[in-house]
Every structure is written in structure tokens, then in C-alpha cells.
Design a protein around this ligand. Structure first.
Ligand code: DGL
Length: 270
């Protein structure tokens, strides 16, 4: 048993889709969440900046003696984690490997599409990991940059969202993927819209949920799950307005944010 908390970070609010899965799979775990709301978005930034931010976020979470870190952000997982993971003795996992493993297991026609931010697609990490697991699988990566602002502004359904989604998904339908990785924190919120366009027979992999499942398995393997007799708590930290996080966070978490929300000057973490 290991009673230390699990650390989770994202570029902002979206990582709460992963927190939601962690809380439902491992209700006894304590969680420290950091949302880098002051520096979001990561998806449109260059690799060096994302690496710098990721290192600071990890350093901040390690102050809490976390036993394991989940990078819920698709962009940081693909563009930064591969460059830095060897530098820490804390085990750190992003969303790429867990989501890719589930997609490789799910595909029957060996065609997987990956939807993500521009930074995630540019990194090519999903294609690399999937090829490492099975070379016969073809991968189509598609950046969907409008999905994040649509979700954050409440456009989670309706005509405008459907029209944009249809345009993004056209090449995916043409490619014939039977499995789609939702490789960005915000995309599970659009699951119904995406499924309505590609058809219900296409398997959608929620990358944050895959990371949560992987974490539970890994902690069990390492004999590091928490105390099953108690209920876990969550402390949230943000690098911008606490009020904004509380307001929008509920949409990603699908319930009210229960724990405390505190501000942290992340630029001061060096
Ligand atoms: N959290 C980011 C991701 O999953 C999306 C938002 C951003 O661009 O920072 O890639």
C-alpha cells in the first residue's frame, strides 16, 4: 500500500476528463491536480515551450511527494514526455501509450485515426508508438484545433459544432478508420457529435480514461494502490483565476468540483 497522492496535470481544465475517470476507478486515492490555466493553450505552442512548462509542472507536483504522475494533456504527453521522462525517479505516464495500446487492441481493419492538437500531430508520437506495437496498422493523424475553443465556449453540440466536426472528420471517414483515438483532453466532451458523424460502429478511445485505467493497473502491479478503507480527496491548483476554473470545471468533471482550488505562481517554480 502507498498512501501518497497521485499527481495529474494538464494545460488547463481539460485534464478533468481524466480526473473524472481516476476518481471513479480509484475512489480511495488522494489526487493533486494542476491545471496550467494561465499558460493554456499548449496545443499551438512549440516543443521547447511545452517541454519547459512540463518540467515546471512536474516539479510543482513533486512538492507533494506524489507516487505517480499522469500527464493528462495530449500535447505535453506527445511533445514533451519522451524528451524528459528519464530525468525523474517518479514514474510518469502520459496518455499516448495507454490510448495507443487500447486502440491497437480494438482495431480490426488495422486503421486507426488520431485526433489531437497541432502540437500532438506534429510530434508524430502516436504514429510512432502504434507502429512500434504493430507495423501493419495504418495511422491517420488529424489536428482539430477548433474543438478546444468550441468546448470551452459551451458549443458541445449543435449546428456549428457539427459542421466543423464534419469537415475535420471527412478525411478520417475516407481513410476508413474503425478506431479513433480522442487524443486531446477536450474531445471526449464531443464524443456524441463525433460518433454521430463517423457512425456508432467506430470505436472511440478516450485517452484520459485509458490513462486512468493504465494507472490503476500499474499501481496494482507495483503494490502502490492507496488505502482502500478511506475515501480519497482532491486538491486543485491553477495558474490563473480560481473562479473561472470552478465555473467551467464542472462540465469536464460532470459534477461539482468538490475539493479546494488554490492559485499557484507556476512561473516562480524553477
Ligand atoms: N490539454 C490540451 C491537450 O490535450 C488541449 C488544450 C491545449 O491546447 O492546451 O492537448
Amino acid at each position: 500500500m502507498d498512501k501518497r497522492p497521485i499527481g495529474i496535470f494538464d494545460s488547463g481544465l481539460g485534464g478533468l476528463t481524466c480526473v473524472k475517470e481516476v476518481l471513479s476507478l480509484m475512489p480511495c486515492e488522494d489526487v493533486i491536480y494542476f491545471g496550467d490555466t494561465g499558460r493554456v493553450p499548449y496545443g499551438s505552442k512549440g516543443r521547447d515551450t511545452i517541454v519547459k512548462y512540463t518540467r515546471q509542472n512536474i516539479k510543482f507536483l513533486r512538492r507533494f511527494d506524489v507516487k505517480y504522475i499522469i500527464i493528462a494533456c495530449g500535447t505535453a504527453s506527445s511533445a514533451a514526455l519522451p524528451m524528459i521522462e528519464k530525468d525523474y525517479d517518479t514514474e510518469i505516464e502520459g496518455v499516448v501509450k495507454p490510448a495507443s495500446d487500447e486502440a491497437v487492441a480494438a482495431t480490426k481493419n488495422k486503421k486507426i485515426a488520431v485526433l489531437g492538437t497541432a502540437g500532438t500531430v506534429r510530434s508524430g508520437k502516436y504514429a510512432e508508438v502504434i507502429a512500434g506495437a504493430d507495423k501493419s496498422i495504418s495511422v491517420l493523424q488529424k489536428a482539430c484545433p477548433m474543438f478546444v475553443p468550441l468546448v470551452e465556449n459551451g458549443y458541445t453540440s449543435g449546428k456549428i459544432t457539427e459542421e466543423i466536426a464534419r469537415e475535420y472528420l471527412e478525411p478520417v471517414i475516407e481513410f476508413g478508420a474503425d478506431t479513433i483515438i480522442l487524443g486531446c483532453t477536450h474531445y471526449p466532451i464531443l464524443e456524441k457529435v463525433i460518433s454521430g458523424i463517423v457512425g456508432e460502429s467506430v470505436t472511440l478511445i478516450n485517452s484520459g480514461a485509458a490513462a486512468a485505467r493504465h494507472t490503476k493497473k500499474r499501481l496494482a502491479e507495483l503494490n502502490m494502490l492507496g488505502d482502500e478503507k478511506k475515501r480519497g480527496s482532491v486538491r486543485y491548483f491553477v495558474s490563473d483565476m480560481v473562479e473561472g476554473f470552478a465555473e467551467l470545471g464542472g462540465m469536464f468533471l460532470e459534477r461539482e468540483i468538490g475539493g479546494s482550488i488554490e492559485y499557484i505562481d507556476i512561473d516562480g517554480v524553477v
